[in-house]
Design a protein around this ligand. Structure first.
Ligand SMILES: [Mg+2]
Length: 431
């Protein structure tokens, strides 16, 4: 062990300066909550002295995330090198974890991480998937989640309060109303998706059962009612599309086992978060009894959560949300961690366009990612209001984004200082 001359008292309490990885310097951080489009979203831009702008986002309680970014992270980011991504990540993570933090802090770090990768890509002329090691595949298999055009979004002209995640409106009959169709016209929806080239569709049919009965007990009649749409899909299109079922963490073990038993013969690709994720041992017990593969879970945030799940053999797929766990940097680490257990990783979406882009970058470069979630209703009805260009999904596969960095940008006109929910923190003259 090397002795520090003068003892510990001589060690500065200030963190070491950020090592320079480039000639760039961060000059401003800017956020916007687009509550007139997607109220749970927060959009981030990080500006540099070279004029490069990095883009990031995260989802859920955006006002708290804005406070973390402007009142805390900006103190370190402003004036520092944006290309020292890992140094920033570790610095922030160590401070957050010293206070038991997992929520708004990690979401803020996720948004920042995306923006820093975007800047590194733009300054080097390389796509993020190139920076991550290049292509592991030419395109990324996606499945369609059954959100409709109004799921997670505030309809134009309406000022209703934001709903709760997982409690979204099932919508109404009409084009791209995939949640309504998943309940009332699942066979038609499956045929439409198969015709578009999709090889997977996700159902949320048990959300209504939870609202009607709670999570402790589900009558068999309700279980059968909620399974019917999936049976209809098997009858209509056979095995031409994978069926996935998300329970949004609503149920306790006995209800979850009833659901698993009822879908066992339908050969689902996975059951996801049917049971509340309070206890990994109960989850392992559920996996042993369910007889259906389990995806676990975008509801976990930390590497230790995921390691625990893997160590206990409690999952068949590891589901990761790139803008909740710590950005592209941590998403890649988690996908690699799962590889060591021969458990494939899957990318979560439903929560914003840059989350989708981030997942596709990681999925393009990391062999262990098996599939990416996507919501065609979001992509086709309002992602264009937030980004340019939009993601390209061709015949059920997302194309790796073209161009340097993330390969897209947040629409600059969104960052209107007069818009409610706009904030900017910048270097002062002489700093
Ligand atoms: Mg889910």
């Amino acid at each position: 062990m090397t002795e520090i001359p003068g003892g510990l008292d001589s060690v500065s309490p200030q963190p070491a300066p950020v090592p320079a990885s480039s000639v760039l310097k961060i000059t401003a951080v800017e956020t916007l909550i687009p509550d007139d489009v997607m109220p749970g979203l927060i959009l981030l831009r990080i500006h540099t002295d070279a004029g490069t702008i990095g883009h990031g986002e995260t989802y859920y309680v955006p006002q708290a995330v804005a406070a973390v970014i402007h009142d805390w992270l900006a103190r370190r980011l402003l004036g520092s090198d944006p290309c020292s991504i890992e140094h920033h990540w570790r610095f922030f993570y160590e401070r957050f974890s010293a206070f038991g933090s997992r929520g708004a802090e990690m979401r803020a770090l996720s948004a920042v991480d995306l923006a820093l990768w975007d800047i590194l890509g733009q300054s080097s002329g390389l796509s993020v998937w190139q920076l991550l090691g290049g292509k592991a595949r030419d395109s990324v298999r996606v499945y369609n989640s059954c959100g409709g055009p109004t799921y997670g979004r505030r309809p134009p002209g309406e000022h209703s309060e934001q709903g709760w995640p997982g409690h979204g409106d099932i919508g109404k009959p009409g084009p791209l109303e995939d949640n309504w169709a998943a309940h009332h016209a699942a066979g038609d929806l499956a045929e439409e998706l198969v015709a578009e080239g999709y090889t997977g569709m996700k159902f949320w049919t048990f959300d209504r059962a939870y609202r009607a009965h709670g999570g402790s007990y589900l009558p068999m009649s309700t279980v059968r009612e909620c399974v019917k749409p999936m049976e209809e899909v098997r009858k209509r299109v056979g095995d031409r599309i994978e069926i996935l079922l998300d329970g949004h963490g609503f149920f306790q073990l006995p209800a979850a086992l009833r659901i698993a038993e009822a879908v066992r013969d339908l050969n689902l690709m996975w059951l996801e978060d049917v049971m509340r994720l309070d206890n990994v041992d109960t989850l392992r017990d559920f996996r042993d009894k369910a007889g259906v593969p389990l995806a676990v879970s975008e509801m976990f945030i930390s590497r230790e959560d995921y390691r625990h799940v893997l160590e206990r053999n409690a999952a068949d797929y590891l589901m990761v949300d790139p803008t909740w766990v710590g950005g592209i940097s941590e998403t890649r680490r988690l996908a690699e961690l799962a590889q060591g257990y021969n458990i494939p990783a899957a990318m979560h979406d439903c929560t914003g366009p840059l989350t989708l882009f981030a997942g596709i970058h990681v999925a393009t470069a990391v062999p262990n990612v098996v599939i990416q979630e996507s919501v065609r209703a979001h992509i086709r009805t309002f992602y264009d209001l937030l980004i340019e260009p939009n993601i390209v999904i061709d015949n059920g596969f997302a194309q790796p984004p073209e161009g340097p960095g993330l390969g897209t940008r947040l629409r600059p006109e969104l960052f209107d200082p007069g818009h409610p929910g706009y904030r900017i923190t910048r270097l002062q003259p002489g700093e």
